[in-house]
Structure formats: C-alpha cells, structure tokens
Design a binder for this molecule. Structure first.
Ligand code: PMP
Ligand code: GLU
Length: 404
C-alpha cells in the first residue's frame, strides 16, 4: 500500500520562480550556457560587515536555540526601524523574526485566515501568495489589474470584491513581478476604502529600499492611525542586503497576531537561524553604504533593460518603479511560430526562449497574468546585454536550434 497524500497536497504547485531558476541551473550544470533571468535574487555578495557579524556570533557561541520570535536585540532593532524611519510607533512585542519573508507571509495568513474566509489578491501577484492562502483553507479572490491602469488596484474595485467573508487584502509595493510602486495618494485612497470595511491588510514591503527615480516607497500602516491594528507589514533582509540564503524576514503585526505567530514558530521551526539573526542585526544597524551601491547598480540595469526592451519587436513593458523585475508584454507573439513551435501562451513562450535562445524567464501565468513574462535584472550588465541580443534574434526568428 502506498502512503496516501493528504487532500491539501493538491492545493499547491511548486513555486514557479524557484522551478524556473532550478531548471536554468540544471542546464548550466550540463555545460550549456544559459542567460538566466529567472530568479529574483541579488547577484551581489552579502556585504562583508554582515558576514563578519555572523563569524563573530559563531565565535561568541551564538549557536543555540533562540526565542521562537527572534533574539530581543533584533526585534528591538526592527521595532526601532519602524518607529524612527517610518514613524510607525512599534513595540518589539509586535515584531516576529522568521525564516524569510515567505515564512512570515505564511504564518501571518495562518494567524488570520481559515476555511470559509476570502483573501483579496490583486493580480499580477507574487507566485506564492495564492498557494499560501489556499494552504490555510481560505479562498484567494484574485482581482486582475491591467497595464492600462498601471497594474494598480483601485479603491472601487477593492470595495466591489469585499464580501462578509473577506479577511485580508494582500498588497505588494514595490511589486514583484511588475515593479509597480503605488504613490502615497493612491495608497491613501486604498487605505480609506479599507477603513470603510472590516478587512485587514497584509502589506509585503520586501522591496521597500529598492525604488528608482521619483518612486517612493510607502509603509502602508502609517497612512492612518487606525491601520496599525489591522495591518501586518512584511519585510526582511533578503533583497536589500543580498541575503537570500540567510533566511531572515519579519512581520510587524498587532500584538495578539504577533504573539500567535511566535507561538506557531515555537511549534513549527523553533526559531530562525541564530547566526543569521545576528548577521541581520548588523545589516539593519550597521553601515548602509552597500545598500546605496547595490541600488545604484540596479538603477543602471533597469535603465539598460528598458532601452533594450524598446528594441525588441512587439514587446512592451511598463517601466518598473522599484524591485528588480521587468514584466514584458509578449502577447503580440502568442500564437506565432517561434523556433519551430507555436507559442500559445506564456509558458510555451518561456519554454521556446529557453530552448532556442537559452534565455531563462518566468511565465506571466504563474503571477496570474497570461500574455506576460518576467525578466529579473538582478544580474550583471554583460549577461543582460547578451540575453537581450539572444532575445532579439529569437523574436526575429533567426535562431533555430534543436529543442533541448
Ligand atoms: N515577497 C516578495 C514579493 C518576494 O519577491 C519575495 C522573494 N523571495 C519574498 C516575499 C520572500 O522573501 P524571502 O526570501 O525573505 O523569503
Ligand atoms: N522572490 C524571488 C522571485 O520571485 C525568489 C524566488 C522565491 O522565493 O520564490 O524570484
């Protein structure tokens, strides 16, 4: 008799971003050259002061269990960050340190959603949102937004989607995958709409420090004094400090929600890695010059990417205001024959681009937006240049290779 899987096993698919990243790595390991724009992770090394803090922590014996919600020093530092930099009066008891922002999102959803509940997710959305909602037993209610409306959710559409079962609205600005940054006025209008309802907000602000030009990040919970008690803010060190592998994220939540999230962690993971927590403490309290350096480099790449997209036949892209993704509208190419196969959707487009141009992208359908593909520009300019050369040839159908 084979061991039967629980019904919940049908609710989730593997993360498409991680799957595409793994596929690109697999091909590279076979000796193929792949121009890899699949995964959203900074290609920079973790800054040396942060690495040094981790080594110091190990040498000082910080290699044991910590409190489940994180070491007091880090919870205190995160609370101070929100209080001082964002003007959001935050008590350390409201801060829960986790094994990455993804973990915080999961635990936040576990804290407030369950069977029968609905969670509003504007699309395009980051791949994990809908599956993490489903895992709690709640239903994701996806509201498509369009490029014409800047991929932004309007207060009217939010209010129309609210039912007596709606528990949460999930927001992500700067956005993965579109790079869209809501401005303060737009977010305030959404905040006012939220306050007309009983709905809470999960605001994923992981790309808050990565904005370009005039775009400014906004901490949603600061928009109205009544929001703090119904908003869960998510962020972490993965993107800002090139620390994806260290696995440290956090949630700032109303105290009872934070208490439950800590208790949940005590049962599921005990605590986030002790050494990584000390490294994260250095990241947010130590010198910030490496952040400015990485941001300037991302800005250069973004400008280069936009210049090259202009030259891609039949492709458009709303200029990203933040994060490190370009969301390419490739709908003009759907149902064309590219590299010998008919490209009927964004998955087929990505498959053909990988097999013919050796360019790894992520299909828009994984983000709830068919007709688009996501390109991560968290990679060096030389690779971007070669990738766009290959994409240009691919779209002009001058690449014909044997399929992989
Ligand atoms: N939210 C968004 C929008 C992301 O793009 C990511 C990327 N991984 C995460 C959350 C999760 O971050 P972490 O690596 O800290 O889990
Ligand atoms: N957030 C990154 C991305 O969207 C990393 C992958 C993941 O965490 O799923 O590519």
């Amino acid at each position: 008799m084979s061991l039967a899987l629980a019904a919940r096993s049908t609710l989730i698919a593997p993360s498409a971003t991680l799957a595409m990243g793994a596929e690109a790595k697999r091909l590279k390991a076979q000796g193929l050259e792949v121009l890899d724009f699949a995964l959203g992770e900074p290609d920079f090394a973790t800054p040396p002061n942060i690495e040094a803090a981790a080594i110091r922590a190990m040498r000082a014996g910080q290699t044991h269990y910590t409190p489940p919600a994180g070491i007091p020093e880090l919870r205190q530092a995160v609370a101070a960050l929100y209080t001082q930099q964002h003007g959001l009066s935050t008590d350390p008891a409201q801060v829960v340190i986790s094994n990455g922002a993804k973990h915080s999102i999961h635990n936040a959803l576990m804290a407030v959603c369950g069977p029968g509940d609905e969670v509003i997710i504007p699309a395009p959305y980051w791949v994990s949102y809908s599956d993490l909602v489903k895992l709690t037993g709640a239903t994701p209610v996806v509201i498509p937004t369009t490029e014409d409306h800047g991929f932004k959710l309007s207060p009217e559409r939010f209010l129309k989607a609210v039912t007596p079962r709606t528990r949460l609205l999930m927001l992500n600005s700067p956005s993965n995958p579109t790079g869209v940054v809501y401005d303060r006025i737009e977010l305030s209008a959404l905040a006012e709409a939220v306050l007309q309802t009983e709905v809470g907000v999960l605001s994923d602000e992981i790309y808050e420090q990565l904005t370009f030009g005039d775009a400014q990040p906004t901490c949603f919970a600061t928009l109205h004094p009544a929001l703090a008690e119904r908003t869960i803010t998510i962020s972490g060190v993965s993107k800002t400090y090139a620390m994806t592998g260290w696995r440290i994220g956090w949630a700032v939540a109303p105290a009872p929600v934070a208490k439950f999230m800590g208790d949940l962690q005590s049962q599921e993971t005990s605590n986030p890695c002790s050494i990584s927590q000390w490294a994260a403490l250095e990241a947010i309290t130590g010198p910030q010059d490496s952040v400015a350096m990485m941001k300037a480099e991302f800005q250069k790449r973004r400008d280069y990417v936009l210049e090259r997209i202009e030259r891609l036949p039949g492709v458009t892209c709303p200029p990203p205001g933040g994060a490190f993704y370009a969301f390419l509208n490739v709908s003009a190419h759907l149902n064309r024959t590219l590299g010998g196969t008919v490209v009927s959707d964004s998955t087929a487009f990505c498959r053909a681009a990988l097999s013919q141009a050796r360019v790894a992208l992520v299909m828009g359908s994984a983000f709830g937006a068919e007709g688009y593909v996501r390109l991560s520009f968290a990679t060096d300019l030389r690779t971007l240049e070669r990738g766009f050369d290959a994409l240009e040839r691919f779209l002009h159908e001058s690449v014909v290779r044997a399929p992989l």
